[in-house]
Ligand binder design. Sequence first.
Ligand SMILES: [Zn+2]
Length: 76
Amino acid sequence: MVSAEQNNDNVVRGVPFGRNFGRCPGCGSRSIVPIIYGYPTVETVLQAHRDELHLGGCYVTGDDPQFRCRGCGTNW
Ligand SMILES: [Zn+2]
């Protein structure tokens, strides 16, 4: 079991994968999670439960938001 916590140096609070997703266009929060589409794996379900990402579902329209703000719930 490898934890994402090994990348602590690069992790903005609450952001997985050591990536910086920028700021929410709605409220300016940096508490952003990526929206993952497609059939969820065990790992992505666990990450969703930890609030590290948002599961967008299996169906992709081609015009789907990529990020979700945990502060105000805006998707973009
Ligand atoms: Zn926001």
